[in-house]
Design a protein around this ligand. Structure first.
Ligand code: AMP
Length: 607
């Protein structure tokens, strides 16, 4: 194990590393495929199996119920992902086709994502707390050919919408898959039959992943992979319209690996725990890919947040590097310092956090209660990996997201009164003076930058100006180059670290027969950062009542799932609209929070 006090950070001097850095150098930290090309799964799994790391634990999987952990070594993972890639071949799935997963954090999910990448198909993990509507939208938009899911999730969430997904040719039920093929057993035929008998008949139109994997070859050769080939599809929400599918390519692994080294400071003997779900980009880039490219042991916990469980996991698994989120930290703070004091966390060397603003008090609390400052970092689905960070070797300024990753050029630029980034005569955004608020932009061209929004070139083009990627986030930078988050430049809601598009929620509310119009905003919450609140007007003939409000709320929860549905609904006689008829969410929010109402010149009379 790495000893906190004796472990020198991978990056000892930020300024020097930044000055010397080049992306080709970072690329050379990886192997590349034997015949040329670059494949994420090769870098994450296969390349470790030629040497002594072969039997090192790659994934230590903790089940929701507790009990002994299930360890998968790098060699186990190599064979399992080979089998999964062969299953895709057997199903006639081609490179470039999209394979969705919808499950909790079970080991098979990790096998499926990495096996898909080996096969050069495109992995798209969905969050298991989504309701049927977000699932339908994403699979339809991604033109999913294959879905790996659990029987329970299939029956509850997918079967009712399957007829709306004609392109979804194969549904693979994951239950018991690893039990069916004990990883170390050469011939698993007996296990397959026994587990199959225990599970009973599968729903119509689905197949058993375990059976298919047991029948598949353990050997697989990754085909030539163009570093620019599409590898991952992550959906993210905008202010308007349906979710956007951000496209990432195999080259992204260069950034995953580098940030694992420089930001998370992973060393060969580390035990790393990323608490994010692969249904969100952090759970894929850092819950799957990055730590494996560094050959460390990664903890995969199927269970949900529970303060005692988390402290116990940190202690028992002797976690050395921990990557989590502000909501979780606030919940731990709420659980009190006494609880933390009951556990030995002395082996933890780095604690990092991402996804939403990390309050300065949380950084200080980390120092006092956990013995370490919490290192905030910033990135987005579109950036594919960490872009701005606090590093173990750099002094922390509580409340700041830190400084740009070596290789990343970031600045803050001017926006006009409509919120549009101002472009100068050369087409490039115009930087604001130090300390002034503006939109944060990144010079385009790093390896994990998204290469498009699926089938939406126009939206993609709008994200760039004069060679810079416009993040949509508002920030300021101080004299020493530290970035400070101010807020989002749009109406998108961040709840418990999850991005929620108000339009998606409004659309589902509007489907209720009683709802005439809906406006959805995020309202502050001491734990989750923001929670979703909906304002609704009723159609003629419906009378406002608590019962009706509850019913609308219930329908929204069933259709959207708890991760996306509004926490509360308020019935109103009118909603503020622009003259062109758009609900003014900004004004709804200002009024709800008692903030200045801003420019009302476009407000329709009487709202
Ligand atoms: P997502 O694409 O779901 O990962 O969400 C990305 C968004 O989360 C960013 O555009 C920010 O608005 C927010 N975000 C991520 N990290 C941070 C952070 N460290 N501080 C404040 N906001 C953050």
């Amino acid at each position: 194990m790495t000893t906190p006090a004796l472990t020198a950070p991978n990056m000892e001097d930020y300024a020097a590393t930044r000055a010397e850095f080049s992306w080709p150098w970072a690329r050379h930290l990886l192997d590349g495929l034997p015949g040329g090309g670059l494949n994420i799964a090769h870098e994450a799994v296969d390349r470790h199996t030629a040497g002594p790391r072969r039997s090192h634990v790659a994934l230590r999987c903790l089940s929701r119920q507790g009990g002994p952990a299930r360890d998968l070594s790098y060699e186990d993972l190599r064979q399992l992902t080979n089998r999964f890639a062969n299953v895709l071949d057997g199903l006639g799935v081609g490179p470039g086709e999209v394979v969705f997963t919808l499950s909790g954090r079970v080991p098979e999910l990790y096998v499926a994502v990495l096996g898909t990448l080996k096969h050069r198909s495109v992995a798209s993990p969905l969050f298991s707390a989504f309701g049927p509507e977000p699932i339908r939208q994403r699979i339809a938009r991604g033109d999913g050919r294959v879905l790996m899911t659990t029987r329970a999730l299939y029956e509850r969430k997918v079967a009712p919408i399957r007829h709306e997904l004609p392109g979804l040719a194969h549904v693979l039920i994951v239950d018991g898959a690893l039990d069916m093929l004990r990883v170390d057993a050469g011939d698993a035929a007996d296990d397959v039959a026994a587990v199959r008998a225990r599970l009973g008949d599968l729903p119509e139109g689905t197949r058993s992943l375990g059976e298919l994997m047991a029948a598949a070859d353990r050997h697989y050769r990754i085909g030539p992979t163009d570093p620019e080939a599409m590898a991952l599809l992550h959906f993210t929400s905008g202010t308007t319209g349906t979710p956007k599918g951000a496209i990432h390519v195999h080259e992204a692994v260069v950034a995953h690996h580098l940030t694992g080294r420089l930001v998370l400071d992973l060393h060969a003997d580390d035990v790393f725990w990323c608490t994010a779900d692969p249904g969100w980009v952090t759970g894929t880039s850092y819950g799957i890919i990055s730590p494996l490219t560094l050959g460390v042991t990664s903890i995969v916990d199927e269970g949900e947040f529970d303060a005692e469980r988390w402290y116990r996991t940190l202690q028992e698994q002797r976690v050395t590097v921990w990557y989590t989120a502000p909501t979780a930290i606030r919940m731990l703070m709420k659980a009190g310092p006494e609880l933390a004091a009951g556990y030995d966390l002395s082996h933890v060397r780095v604690i990092a956090s991402v996804g939403e603003p990390l309050n300065p008090e949380a950084v200080v609390w980390g120092r006092e209660v956990l013995g370490l400052p919490i290192l905030d970092n910033w990135w987005q689905t579109e950036t594919g990996g960490i872009m701005i960070a606090n590093y173990p070797s750099m002094p922390v300024r509580p409340g700041s997201m830190g400084r740009p990753l070596p290789g990343i050029e970031a600045t803050v630029v001017e926006r006009d009164e409509h919120g549009t980034v101002v472009l100068g005569a050369d087409g490039a955004p115009v930087p604001v003076p130090t300390g002034t608020e503006g939109e944060m932009v990144l010079r385009a061209g790093w390896p994990s930058m998204f290469r498009g929004y699926l089938n939406d070139d126009e939206r993609y083009a709008k994200c760039f100006g004069g060679g810079w990627y416009l993040t949509g986030d508002l920030a300021r930078v101080d004299d020493d180059g530290y970035f400070w988050f101010i807020g989002r430049g749009d109406d998108v809601i961040k709840s418990a670290g999850h991005l929620i598009g108000p339009f998606e929620v409004e659309s589902v509310l509007m489907e209720h027969p009683a709802v005439a119009e809906a406006g959805v905003i995020g309202v502050p919450d001491p734990i989750a950062g923001e929670v979703v609140k909906a304002f609704v007007t009723l159609r003629h003939g419906f009378t406002a009542s608590d019962e009706l409000r509850q019913e609308i709320l219930g329908v929204a929860r069933r259709r959207l799932g708890p991760a996306v549905a509004p926490r509360s609904i308020e019935l109103r006689d009118t909603l503020p609209r622009t003259r062109s008829g758009k609900i003014m969410r900004r004004l709804l929010k200002a009024r709800e929070l008692g903030l200045p109402e801003g420019d009302l010149s476009t407000l329709e009379d009487g709202s």
